[in-house]
Ligand binder design. Structure first.
Ligand SMILES: [Ca+2]
Ligand SMILES: [Ca+2]
Length: 363
C-alpha cells in the first residue's frame, strides 16, 4: 500500500509540470483536482488536473434523469498507476468546454474499486452531452457521490437512521411489525403467517411509487423465528395494504430455500407462483420492473447480470401509485426478521439504452 502510494505520487510529480502549463489556476493555488469535495454533489464546474479521460456514448433512447452504469477495469488502471486504489479520482463530467460540470457517481454496491469489473452509476442530464469519465489525479478527494442524485431513490442503510419515507404495515393480521437500521442494513421484524391464497398475512416495509420503475435490492440475512413456508424478504409491489390486494413479489421461500415469484392479478383472487428450486443462501440479489400493469421479477447471482424469473406478470389494471417495498411472512407466531443491505429505484426505459466507453485519451 505504501509503495503504491509513493509511486503514484511520483507519476503525478513527473506529469504535473506539463499540466501546470495549461490548467488555469490549478498550480497557482496548489489545489489540483476537484474542488467540489463537500460530498453533496449537484454539478459544479471545477478546474481539472486529471491525466486521462474516456468518452461515454449513450444511446438516444435514454431519457433525462436515467440511471446508467459503466463497467471499467479499474484494477488495471491501478496497476498502471493511472488511478487511485479507492477510485476517488474516477470522476464523471457532462457538457462541453466551459459548460462542462461534474456530476455525481456511485459505485455499484455489488462492485468494488480496484476490480477488473468496477461498475459505477451516473445519471443522464438535461441536454445532449458529451459525457466523460476522467481519472489520473492522485490528489482528487471527496468525489460527489450522492445516490439520491444518481437514482430516483437510493438507500444503503449505512447511517443507523431509518429514512422517514419508509413505512411499516402489518397486513392481514400480522403483528410486531417494526424496523431498525444497524450494521449497514435495514431490519424488518414481524410475526406473520404467509403470502398467498386469496389474502396475505405479512409485514411490509414500503414506500409509495408512481409510474414505471426498475428496483433492485440485496437481501443480506434473516433470523429469529422463521417457519416452514416463510417468504423471507425480497421485493413486492402491491396496489393497497389490504390483505387481498393484487400484488407481485420476488422472495426467498423457506425450506428448502428457493427463489420464488408470486402474483395475485385480481383483488381477493387466488395467488399463483413460480419458483426456482435450490438451497439458496444469503446474500441474494433481487429485482423487479414495473411497466404499466406489467411486472417482471429478476434475480442475480452477482449483482451484475440480471436474469428474469418466470414470465412477465400482468396485474390487470394497476393504479399509477403503488406500494413498493420489502415483504416478510415468517410463518410463525414468534418474531422473525430479514435484513436488506441496500435498495435502489431507477427510471425504466425499454429497450434499455446502450452505453459505451471510448478509448483512453491522454490530456
Ligand atoms: Ca438511513
Ligand atoms: Ca448497506
Amino acid at each position: 500500500m505504501i509503495s503504491a502510494m509513493a509511486s503514484k505520487t511520483t507519476w503525478v510529480a513527473i506529469l504535473s509540470a506539463a499540466l501546470c502549463a495549461w490548467v488555469t489556476g490549478a498550480c497557482a493555488t496548489g489545489a489540483e483536482g476537484d474542488d467540489d469535495d463537500d460530498g453533496t454533489g449537484g454539478g459544479s464546474s471545477v478546474p481539472k488536473s486529471f491525466l486521462f479521460r474516456r468518452a461515454i456514448t449513450i444511446g438516444e433512447t435514454a431519457p433525462e434523469g436515467y440511471s446508467l452504469s459503466i463497467t471499467i477495469d479499474h484494477a488495471q488502471l491501478v496497476t498502471d498507476e493511472k488511478s487511485a486504489e479507492d477510485g476517488a479520482d474516477l470522476r464523471f463530467f457532462f457538457g462541453a468546454g466551459t459548460e462542462e460540470t461534474e456530476i455525481d457517481r456511485v459505485l455499484d454496491p455489488a462492485s468494488s474499486w480496484n476490480s477488473a469489473t468496477t461498475t459505477v452509476w451516473f445519471r443522464t442530464q438535461v441536454g445532449v452531452g458529451p459525457y466523460y469519465v476522467y481519472y489520473g489525479d492522485s490528489e482528487a478527494v471527496g468525489p460527489p457521490e450522492n445516490g439520491s442524485l444518481v437514482f430516483d431513490f437510493f438507500d444503503d442503510f449505512e447511517d443507523d437512521i431509518v429514512d422517514a419515507t419508509w413505512m411499516v404495515s402489518e397486513i392481514g393480521g400480522a403483528t410486531s411489525g417494526s424496523v431498525q437500521e444497524a450494521n449497514g442494513a435495514i431490519r424488518l421484524t414481524g410475526a406473520a403467517q404467509d403470502i398467498g391464497g386469496t389474502a396475505d398475512n405479512c409485514v411490509f416495509l414500503r414506500r409509495t411509487m408512481i409510474g414505471d420503475f426498475a428496483v433492485e435490492a440485496e437481501i443480506k440475512d434473516s433470523g429469529g423465528s422463521i417457519g416452514g413456508p416463510s417468504k423471507i424478504g425480497g421485493l413486492m409491489v402491491r396496489e393497497t395494504e389490504t390483505a387481498g390486494s393484487k400484488n407481485a413479489m420476488i422472495s426467498i421461500r423457506n425450506n428448502p430455500r428457493a427463489r420464488f415469484t408470486s402474483w395475485r392479478t385480481t383483488d381477493n383472487g387466488d395467488t399463483l407462483d413460480n419458483e426456482m428450486p435450490g438451497a439458496e443462501t444469503f446474500p441474494q440479489y433481487v429485482g423487479m420492473q414495473r411497466f404499466g400493469a406489467i411486472v417482471s421479477t429478476l434475480y442475480s447471482l452477482d449483482g451484475a447480470i440480471w436474469i428474469q424469473l418466470g414470465d412477465q406478470i400482468t396485474l390487470g389494471t394497476l393504479a399509477e401509485a403503488v406500494q413498493l417495498g420489502i415483504p416478510l411472512a415468517n410463518s410463525s407466531d414468534g418474531t422473525g426478521w430479514v435484513d436488506t443491505e441496500w435498495f435502489r429505484v431507477r427510471k425504466l426505459a425499454l429497450p434499455a439504452p446502450t452505453v459505451a466507453l471510448g478509448d483512453e485519451e491522454e490530456i
